[in-house]
Design a protein around this ligand. Sequence first.
Ligand SMILES: [Fe+2]
Length: 404
Amino acid sequence: MNLEVQDGRAAHLARRYSAVRAHSLALSAGWSAEDQQVQSMPDASPTKWHLAHTSWFFETLVLRPHAADYAVFDPEFAFLFNSYYEALGPRHPRPQRGLLTRPPLARVLAYRQHVDTAISDLLQAGEPDAACASMIELGVQHEQQHQELMLTDLMHAFWSQPTRPSLLDRASPIASRTERPPAADAWAEHPGGQWEIGHDGAGFCFDNERPRHRVWIEPFAIARDLVRNRDLQGFIDAGGYREPRWWLSDGWARVQTEGWVAPAYWLDEHEHAGMEFTEFGVQRRDPDRPVSQISFYEAEAFAAWAGARLPTEAEWELAASRGLLNDALDQRWQWTRSSYEPYPGYRPAAGAVGEYNGKFMVGQRVLRGGSIATPPGHARATYRNFFPPEARWQFSGLRLARDL
Ligand SMILES: [Fe+2]
């Protein structure tokens, strides 16, 4: 996280904090208490847990160190709602978060209110110091990340039940984004050379976006558009999921063990031909819609079949920061060919927040961009998302690149 913050920021932080906290409740307002309880797989967490964990983050990293008279809401919550911070003590196992029928949703909502009041009091007491302000900003950005997970995690739970309910209704503010028609000039070309990538320090960024550093890039072309359902249908029709030559070895093993024949939320072709589970429930598959819910392995295999490749994260960032990409930040996360590594000179922050990003820099792939589930204004060209290569429950797709 960027620790540089300006003076005179208490009111600004208070407004941002309130808006983001309210958005979490607005997202979950249409879901029942039972919806908010369920955990459909080890990687996905219940909505109720997300609502509590994001509050625990503020309580633990802002209020306890920075609010003199803060009274902890419930001492048991540290064990229940710590996600992965070893420095902050033991925790309930992630795969068993769905077992937590206690505390009930009403008590989690009361916890949120308790924390909100304390943050409000803290910011009204005077200007926060730089350490406190930067931790509040981090907590807000952290909550936005969990808002995306609230959507993708519950969507997986809805996919996993027979009625396949709709996650959103058409009136939802995040449902109004429309996909654009295909670009006339399909490829943007770049001469390469020595460039810089990474965050330049103006405004917030996560620690994994820094330091900004030099990279050498060979001449490349990158697709202006995301790969669409119709393109992936071509891969399927050509036997792509049955043909090992397009697949990385680990990917081909997954195809066989998991029985992959299409993106994760395409319905069975024999029983429900042409249908896809979307954020609006089961819909006729729109050939123009960007492909979603695919793993890195499928993105790789599709690119190989298409005679192209995935972009590196440096190529992607260069192209995005120069305005060469359509739907860069708000449709689908885009798998890159880059593994998730520290940038040259990266140092995790001191203390517990040093565990925020750095310790996950092994065995994961970088995704760039943002998705329909990413809160507006949260993503940027330097943002680095990361997931294991087999992950399929995010709004993840791809765009192609090739050498020049
Ligand atoms: Fe978290």
